[in-house]
Write a protein that binds this ligand. Structure first.
Ligand SMILES: C[S@@+](CC[C@H](N)C(=O)[O-])C[C@H]1O[C@@H](n2cnc3c(N)ncnc32)[C@H](O)[C@@H]1O
Length: 268
């Protein structure tokens, strides 16, 4: 790698500053792998330095979109790591309903990507008998991913973990069975919002927050700050679910109590 395209070069520092102004995302919060990805894209387009790549992206919407796609990695699926979901359905949501009733739960999919996670949560909220007054907040920094989520149309590959009875009840087939639309009653339960979790305020009083496969791309420092923000956003007795390869180091210092694998709670 040439000096002028290295991780700690002045060129990369300026690139990150300009990009923060352009897209509102600070690459300093992301691990070094993001730099490698940036560099791969630069090489693909024959850019010799960061200035050239920045100029290209600022003039060409498609190139900017491509960069964002590499940065945000929107891969998801319905009921990803399904055993966690069945625990939410059979234990956590019923317990929350018992404490708070069916009308007042605040649920949040943080880093919702193209919608599979918040719609999975909305399906379980229907299955568990929550009424529609409990909208699932679905937030992501990527407006393109949110737009796809709002369309709510998915290929079979994203739906492999969906139990047959849920598929029949909560989806309609389209394109001769090649894709599935999420039914309107489930769509109505989800409220999408563009949010940069690193910079934006979170709100408070959430009963259940899912933040899965998002912070794995962030530096340790950014992760620690985010976990504290999530803790503060939870209502007492609320739950926080992370991804199946993740754990919160030093969760006790933040105030979390472990509630099983990948699940934390805020004691009352
Ligand atoms: C791999 S997807 C995870 C989707 C889903 N949570 C799951 O586990 O299937 C990661 C998502 O995090 C989002 N993301 C990355 N940085 C973010 C930030 N600073 N604020 C909000 N969302 C962010 C990306 O746009 C992407 O949609």
């Amino acid at each position: 790698m040439e000096e002028r395209t290295q991780y700690n070069s002045p060129g990369y520092t300026t690139f990150k500053m300009k990009l923060k102004k352009l897209i509102g995302i600070d690459l300093n919060s992301y691990k070094e792998q993001i730099h490698r990805r940036t560099h791969e894209l630069m090489s693909r387009w024959g850019c010799r330095n960061y200035d050239e790549y920045y100029d290209m992206m600022s003039k060409d919407e498609k190139k900017l979109r491509e960069f964002l796609d590499h940065l945000t990695i929107n891969v998801s699926e319905f009921f990803r790591n399904d055993s966690q979901w069945w625990k939410l359905r059979d234990k956590i949501i019923p317990e929350l309903i018992q404490k708070r009733g069916t009308k007042r739960l605040k649920l949040w999919s943080a880093g919702c990507a193209t919608g599979e996670e918040p719609y999975s949560l909305a399906i379980l909220s229907s299955v568990c008998g929550l009424d529609q007054m409990n909208p699932v907040l679905a937030a992501d920094v990527d407006q393109g991913a949110i737009a796809a989520a709002q369309r709510g149309n998915y290929r079979k590959a994203n739906l492999l973990n969906v139990p047959k009875e849920y598929l029949a009840k909560y989806f309609s087939t389209k394109d001769g069975g090649a894709t599935y639309d999420v039914n309107p009653d489930i769509k109505r339960r989800v409220s999408f919002k563009k949010m940069n979790m690193i910079d934006d305020a979170f709100g408070a009083g959430f009963d259940l927050i899912l933040c899965r496969n998002v912070v794995i791309y962030f530096t340790a420092d950014t992760k620690a700050k985010l976990y504290k923000k999530f803790f503060d956003a939870l209502a007492p007795g609320g739950y926080f679910l992370v991804g199946s390869t993740e754990q919160i180091f030093g969760y006790q210092q933040i105030g979390f109590v472990s509630a099983g694998p990948f699940l934390y709670t805020k004691s009352k």
